[in-house]
Design a protein around this ligand. Structure first.
Ligand code: TLP
Length: 342
């Protein structure tokens, strides 16, 4: 359902607002100083998070960006390179953090949907030698944001992880939406994380918590990430008030299938009304990429119509208009969106 003022917000699943149960848990959370590891609610959240993805330890961080960047920082040295697909969030949408904070560059492969193949890994690594920088870390993103929430199949991850290991790479999974991927693929999140060293996931996207992400991995590496989190100003003190709603979000993760169903409803409605606007086969989770040219209306006019209908979306980027479903929109909001476009 739209927000109380009637606004339906399709810009991202980050816009979700805490549920009444989450707000109650925030008010009642037991807290302590988390920089001393004294916050019992954070400690519980970290244990539960590590368990869900099958890792030894976890550290609660303010954002997905910090989770990814701590993974890069702990697994590379300045001057090295990170292997990822050209559309990866860690490379494109984190304000240049990896080069600014870790002094690394990216070695990209063209892998639509983030589906890096063993051949991509071998080809990139063939550059190694006397003159090239050392490639040290491979990063997956599953589900893959910029491609419209596509998922990377588990068997492909396993095959490419094996290739990466043959070349001595560490592996990080940007699992901002790992539970969307797991549900769409019908595998446990721990299976997707099994072959990687570190995995980051977000409580503040479709899971609906107001703030926070977690980086999970081996205990020694997470201890170092905790040290670096403080260096970056991410030591958050009585942050059980944020860990409490995140615990609820994690426990309720399977409700993300509702967002996938709604994305399919939206995609089908748009494809029926505006043929060619949506590749229905490409809609795998809660993101719908729309070819704005196929709508036959210039975007400024679309923006005006949506504003009058109290619908929020981001402007198209390179001809693609991203619409995201989540727990704070429903079928009636989708109907309103399609009607406004029509
Ligand atoms: N994605 C946001 C924007 O930054 C684009 C969104 O609205 O989708 N990894 C992935 C795959 C992400 O999609 C995001 C956020 C992050 C990392 C970073 O998370 P935050 O925003 O918490 O730093």
């Amino acid at each position: 359902m739209a927000f109380a003022d009637g606004t339906a917000d399709f810009r991202s699943d980050t816009v979700t607002r805490p549920t009444p149960a989450m707000r109650k848990a925030m008010a009642e959370a037991e807290v302590g100083d988390d920089v001393y590891s004294d916050d019992p609610t954070v400690n519980l959240l970290e244990e539960e998070s590590a368990e869900v993805v099958g890792k030894e330890a976890a550290v609660f961080v303010p954002s997905g960006t910090m989770g990814n960047q701590l993974a890069v920082m702990t697994q590379t040295r300045p001057g090295e390179e990170v292997l990822c697909d050209g559309g990866a969030h860690v490379r494109n949408v984190e304000r240049g953090a990896a080069s600014a904070l870790s002094g690394v560059a990216f070695r990209t492969v063209e892998a639509p949907g983030g589906r890096i193949t063993p051949g991509d890994v071998d080809e990139a690594m063939a550059l190694a030698g006397r003159f090239f920088p050392a490639i040290r870390l491979m990063v997956w993103e599953n589900s893959h944001n910029l491609s419209g929430g596509k998922v990377v199949p588990l068997d492909l991850m396993e095959a490419s992880n094996a290739a990466a290991r043959r070349h001595g790479l560490s592996i990080h999974l940007d699992g901002a939406r790992i539970f969307n991927a797991a549900l769409a693929l019908g595998v446990p999140a721990a299976a997707l994380a099994a072959g990687v060293d570190t995995v980051q996931f977000c409580f503040s996207k479709g899971l609906g918590a107001p703030v926070g992400s977690v980086l999970c991995g081996p205990a020694d590496l997470i201890a170092e990430a905790r040290f670096l989190r403080k260096r970056l100003g991410g030591g958050m003190r009585q942050v059980g008030v944020l860990a409490a709603p995140a615990r609820i979000a994690l426990a309720e993760r399977d409700r993300l299938v509702e967002d996938h169903d709604l994305a399919r409803y939206l995609a089908e409605a748009l494809a029926a009304r505006f043929p060619g606007s949506v590749d229905l086969d490409g809609v795998e989770t809660n993101i719908v990429n729309v070819d704005v040219a196929a709508l036959g209306v210039p975007y400024p006019e679309i923006a005006d119509r949506l504003a009058s209908a109290r619908i929020l979306t981001n402007a198209p980027f390179a001809g693609t208009w991203r619409l995201v479903t989540h727990r704070d929109v429903d079928r009636s909001d989708v109907d309103r969106l399609v009607a406004a476009l029509s």
